[in-house]
Write a protein that binds this ligand. Structure first.
Ligand code: HEC
Length: 239
């Protein structure tokens, strides 16, 4: 391979003027002996572009005297570009056609299966805490549970039902009047699901099953306690 002719580093080479359009006279074309104009040159000529750097000039690209350097994109950029091109169809096929790659729905279904397994395991251990109507009736009369429920009532319910259940924002829980009903099953629903439209959030979000049962027992134990500042009765007398 012949030596690539080099142009002096500084000042840079004079950029030749060039004819534009079909009728432009030939004489304005750059020096035909210039290596920059040699279409058969085996290597691209290099020109100085700054201190210690040279760049190759693309042959035959001269417009209004402006030439183009052959500056390839950096290797890492080209690698990323090709990697993207290779990755895209694999990913698209993997997700949409062959199901090699899990999407959100797959992950969700998988978690659902795992949840079922955990539930089955839990059910197999025979959890002792029950919330069927019979069990709720038992809790309702359980003094020990009522005692345990005081803590939850003071922490959460008192803000709306008063320290002693006398009622403030929420209704009085100590009288025999109930808007929704006083049987343990209904109380369980009232406490667990709340009345979001009326301003009571569902307590199942804050209290576990046993805690709700304890607070239920405490609410039942408040019946007839007649605290001071009792709020006026709301609803119907319990049967
Ligand atoms: C943010 C306020 C708020 C909090 C906290 C709150 N409640 Fe209520 N609660 C209400 C309101 C308001 C109602 C009335 C709903 C209606 O008018 O239907 C209500 C209704 C009830 C009822 C039904 C009363 C009836 O007459 O049928 C029960 C039982 C009850 N709450 C228990 C509780 C317990 C137990 C807690 C604590 C674990 C609690 N509430 C926490 C606001 C609250």
């Amino acid at each position: 391979m012949p030596e690539t002719p080099r142009t002096p580093k500084r000042p840079g080479p004079d950029i030749p003027t060039v004819a534009v359009g079909d009728n432009a006279p030939d004489e304005t074309a750059p020096d035909p002996d210039s290596p920059l104009r040699d279409p058969d040159a085996p290597t691209l000529p290099e020109v100085a572009v700054g201190e210690g750097t040279v760049d190759r000039v693309i042959q035959g690209h001269t417009y209004d005297g402006i030439r183009e350097y052959d500056n390839p994109m950096p290797g890492w950029w080209v690698a990323l570009f090709w990697a993207g091109i290779v990755f895209a169809p694999i990913y698209a096929l993997g997700v949409h056609a062959f199901d090699w790659i899990d999407d959100y729905g797959d992950d969700f279904a998988e978690s659902g299966e795992r949840l079922e397994e955990v539930r089955a395991l839990y059910a197999a251990t025979g959890p002792s805490f029950k919330t069927d109507p019979g069990a709720l009736r038992e809790y309702a009369g359980d003094a020990e549970m009522a005692q345990a429920g005081v803590v939850h009532f003071a922490a959460i319910c008192a803000a709306c039902h008063g320290d002693n259940g006398e009622g403030t924002i929420g209704p009085n829980l100590t009288d025999e009047f109930w808007i929704h009903g006083a049987d343990p099953e209904q109380l369980w629903t009232s406490i667990s699901e709340g009345f979001p439209a009326q301003g009571m959030p569902p307590m199942s979000a804050q209290l576990g099953e046993q805690e709700r049962a304890e607070v239920l027992a405490y609410v039942v134990s408040l019946q007839g306690t007649d605290p001071p500042n009792a709020k006026a009765p709301e609803g119907e007398p319990a049967l």
